[in-house]
Design a binder for this molecule. Sequence first.
Ligand SMILES: Cc1ncc(C[n+]2csc(CCOP(=O)(O)OP(=O)(O)O)c2C)c(N)n1
Ligand SMILES: [Mg+2]
Length: 347
Amino acid sequence: MSQSQEPIDQATDTDIPVRDAGDLANYANDQLIDFYSNMLFVRRFEERVAEMYLRAKIGGYCHLNIGEEATVVGTLKALQEDDYFFGSYREHGFALVRDVPAGAVMAELFGKRDGCARGRGGSMHLVDPDRRFMGGYGIVGGSIPLSTGVAFAIKYRGGDEIVMSVFGDGATNIGAFHEALNMASLWKLPTLFICTNNLYGMGTSVDRASAVTELWKKGIAYDIPGYKVNGMDVLAVYQLTKKLVEEVRRTSEPIFVECQTYRYRGHSMADAGKNYRSDEEVQSWRERDPVENFRKRLIEGEIFTQKDAEACEADVLARVQDAVDFAEASPFPDVAELDRFVYAEDE
Ligand SMILES: Cc1ncc(C[n+]2csc(CCOP(=O)(O)OP(=O)(O)O)c2C)c(N)n1
Ligand SMILES: [Mg+2]
């Protein structure tokens, strides 16, 4: 597989184009199909999560990645296995792409014992330290200082891993975001900060909440280079992120990326997503659908056929069903164990 050798120029003014995709020819067929099947898997998994929520199999808060699949897949696929990932509460898709077993993710959403947090965390607190998937956090911006702390630990012990820290547009208005970016820059910590700008923090649009609406600029105040990418195009996201992951690893200095994306559904399962945006707006983003458009592109580019796409769909649906079956079969945690994991246990 050969990557595009185009230089990556840093965004330095307001006129930067939203970076668009590389050529299919720069990728091996297997990799393109892998990107597609991962995006489709996130889409179908999340649709099933919504259904399971309405069937009261899942309780509490529940935020879906539907619409954001290109950003989820394009960013995470650029990370190496021993790199660390931190996310927000909108993290189901990231867990799946990080290869946390889908059954363990669904079981966690069901609050079951075989969940990836043993049924203690639920939707917002998926975690899998073995895969360096460090969560899943309910506090907006709360994971950003933690991810910076892990980057400090890597540097302190002389490792060559990096940290990918993913958060929403709303999180960039939180004090902890600014403190963490300042420290990451001052101490040159290997962190790739990724902002998923889906235009809203709950029902509040970016321009009502943030004095600076070009979010990629927010790192520049701390001398952190900023980039913006079309977050609806998996190749555009992957191509840029891949280069920046290696840049962070090489220099041990932080970089900031804004992925312009959109969530089709409401903020959470409790929000219909209709009061603060128009149907036309949602429709205009649906026309840029990352999954549909990529499938068309792969068929037109003769990477796979319509028949292959159907086989992929069937395989994805079967795997989602397996995850649901696994979650159903798993028991709830024993009530007698309610206070386990609150304190460290002797070996
Ligand atoms: C510190 C804090 N303040 C407020 C909330 C309530 N809250 C939950 S999600 C959210 C919006 C965050 O939006 P954004 O960062 O853009 O992420 P998105 O949901 O769009 O992925 C808010 C205000 C919270 N969880 N934590
Ligand atoms: Mg947002």
